[in-house]
Design a protein around this ligand. Structure first.
Ligand SMILES: [Fe+2]
Length: 224
């Protein structure tokens, strides 16, 4: 059985997830943010858990990741996509790899498009989709080697083949939603119910401002 916590960082509207194997107390943190790392570590301690892994869904452009710090502070293994472009001390993660914590494991899915190194992680009927799939939305594709067609394929050909009841836990939410399901997004996601060509056109015309901290966050998060 997995003990599960969803945590929120309000400056960048980022979700961090803690999963712990109930029996062994071995745990994994997904997308921990530097500003809230002490909170996350305190929770690990309070739950009597031991951090085995810290993993990110991708190289974030909007906030500083705790990955490097968690590795140094706790000695946990740190993982990021083999296609992340990051350098330094991390374990490159690949499609189908299993991130073991006690008797439980997260399975790695490569879901590129928002960035080339985007990963989703699946365990126990929950999928952690980073910015590939958000509640009624998806991550932008206009920088960090984003590719709208590739994102459309990652979501529709990979994530949408999971059972409809699979709970989807996104990397961010800006409207107060916490989670959704594969079935719900297949029916209701306003972007990903379009055709591939319509989706590519829509994503090319979003005209978004760059994230506030992009120039600081990307180099920081690429160096582990
Ligand atoms: Fe992102």
């Amino acid at each position: 059985m997995i003990e599960f916590r969803q945590l929120f960082e309000k400056e960048s509207s980022t979700y961090t997830y803690l999963l712990a194997d109930a029996a062994s107390r071995e745990a994994v943190l997904i997308d921990s943010v530097l500003e809230t790392v002490e909170r996350d570590l305190k929770l690990v301690e309070e739950l009597g858990a031991r951090l085995m892994w810290a993993i990110d869904t991708h190289v974030h452009a909007d906030h500083l990741s705790s990955l490097g710090l968690l590795g140094k502070r706790t000695g946990c293994r740190i993982g990021l996509s083999h296609r992340s472009g990051a350098t330094g001390k991390f374990e490159p993660l690949h499609e189908g790899q299993r991130i073991q914590f006690g008797g439980e494991a997260l399975t790695v899915f490569e879901t590129p498009g928002h960035t080339q190194g985007c990963l989703s992680y699946l365990a126990d009927g929950r999928v952690f989709t980073g910015d590939a799939l958000l509640v009624r939305g998806c991550g932008r594709t206009d920088f960090q080697e984003g590719d709208a067609g590739q994102l459309f394929d990652s979501v529709t050909k990979k994530l949408f083949t999971l059972p409809d009841a699979t709970r989807v836990y996104p990397g961010h939410d800006y409207k107060g939603f916490m989670s959704t399901s594969i079935g719900e997004e297949k029916r209701l996601n306003p972007r990903l119910t379009k055709t591939r060509d319509e989706f590519i056109t829509l994503m090319a015309n979003l005209k978004l401002d760059p994230p506030k901290r992009v120039n600081e966050a990307v180099p920081f998060n690429l160096t582990l």
